[in-house]
Design a protein around this ligand. Structure first.
Ligand SMILES: NC(=O)c1ccc[n+]([C@@H]2O[C@H](COP(=O)([O-])OP(=O)(O)OC[C@H]3O[C@@H](n4cnc5c(N)ncnc54)[C@H](OP(=O)(O)O)[C@@H]3O)[C@@H](O)[C@H]2O)c1
Length: 329
């Protein structure tokens, strides 16, 4: 089969198309014919091997996993001996982050516990846009932020992959949502349902007087004191992104994420670094929101399979308007 492989850390040009062996499904896995992929920050961070400390798990000198790609949608080709929930022909979507990546390929073997049937009202490309970004938004808002109807919720980076899902998911929980983005994306964020928009190029949302019960920071460019200033009494902040290793460490250490990045309560544990953990349960919950018409993937650009390096290069610039997807012919 064809796949994009990389053998050393570097820029998008280090990804090259190659003929590799088609994977086989283990007992608890399904072999999926990949029909669409979405590109995530996890792909370009792993491609670059950055931040440097991530190489402790990615591979010290060279990448452990040669095929990147975490979000896929496609059709079940074959099932492992222990699989009863899926059958050949099923249309599915899945996330491979915690299973060695492998999505930038024509076929992927996928453990059944990170896969779900594709929402019927989405194309394969739209479905591939969902897992990583939408589950991150969902877990930040629900598990870390404990979102409640009527709350004031601030989404920083509301026009990106995570942010476009976060605005819609927060609205589906009955929150009053403020989205922060740049001038050109204000209308997009409004169209997703945000009640208020703030243009970060002209206005600093922190210190504007308004306080929020829940802040989801997908950019990771706000300091811990900034986040605290934006929070109402008893409020919580969930941070998904980071602009540098130092920012990541500051939020993790001073904000109060517990061991493994999970929420841990205690004195001043009001800010958490989100580490998304994608399971079938989360995907099924998202399928329900999608099928109820409450959440719809916002697709920015579509690329053909041969142009995966260009798709990654575009995402890496940090100004995607929703998700970047790849069709696999
Ligand atoms: N922890 C996890 O499990 C997990 C999972 C998924 C993602 N992430 C992280 O979450 C972050 C966001 O991911 P993503 O997929 O949403 O990225 P993305 O799609 O690349 O999002 C970029 C968005 O950020 C906006 N932005 C840039 N600078 C901004 C600023 N100063 N203020 C407000 N918005 C700004 C951009 O809007 P403009 O073009 O208008 O500037 C753009 O729409 C990444 O750092 C990623 O690594 C973490």
């Amino acid at each position: 089969m064809k796949a994009f492989i990389y053998e050393k850390y570097g820029p998008p040009e280090t990804l090259r198309m190659a003929e590799v062996e088609k994977p086989a499904a283990n007992a608890d896995e399904v072999l999926v014919k990949v029909l669409a992929i979405s590109v995530n920050a996890a792909d370009w961070h792993s491609m670059r091997g950055k931040p440097l400390f991530s190489r402790a798990t990615l591979g010290l000198l060279r990448p452990k996993h040669q095929i990147l790609g975490v979000d896929i949608a496609g059709q079940v080709e074959a099932v492992g001996s222990g699989v009863t929930r899926f059958k050949p022909g099923d249309e599915v979507y899945a996330n491979l982050l915690e299973h060695g990546y492998g999505g930038f390929a024509e076929y992927a073997s996928v453990p059944v516990d990170v896969m779900s049937l594709k929402p019927a009202n989405l194309s394969f490309e739209e479905a591939a846009a969902v897992p990583m970004a939408a589950v991150t938004a969902l877990q930040g808002l629900r598990q870390h932020g404990e979102i409640q109807p009527g709350q004031q919720v601030l989404i920083n980076g509301a026009s990106g992959g995570v942010g476009t899902f976060a605005v819609q998911i927060a609205k589906s929980y009955g929150a009053e949502v403020t989205g922060v983005t740049s001038t050109q994306n204000l209308d997009l964020v409004r169209s997703l349902g945000a009640d208020h928009v703030v243009d970060y190029t002209t206005t600093d949302v922190v210190g504007g007087g308004r306080r929020y019960d829940l802040v989801l920071d997908t950019v990771g460019n706000r300091s811990v004191p900034d986040l605290r200033r934006a929070l109402a009494e008893g409020g919580k902040a969930a941070v998904t992104g980071f602009t540098s290793g130092v920012m990541l460490l500051r939020v993790s250490l001073r904000g109060g994420a517990g061991p493994g990045g999970r929420w841990s309560w205690g004195r001043r544990k009001d800010i958490a670094m989100v580490s998304a953990h994608i399971t079938t349960k989360e995907l099924e919950l998202l399928s329900q929101l999608i099928q109820a018409g409450k959440v719809r993937p916002q697709i920015d650009r579509r690329y053909p399979f041969a142009e995966i390096p260009a798709a990654v290069a575009y995402l890496e610039q940090g100004h995607a308007r929703g998700k970047v997807v790849v069709g696999v012919a």
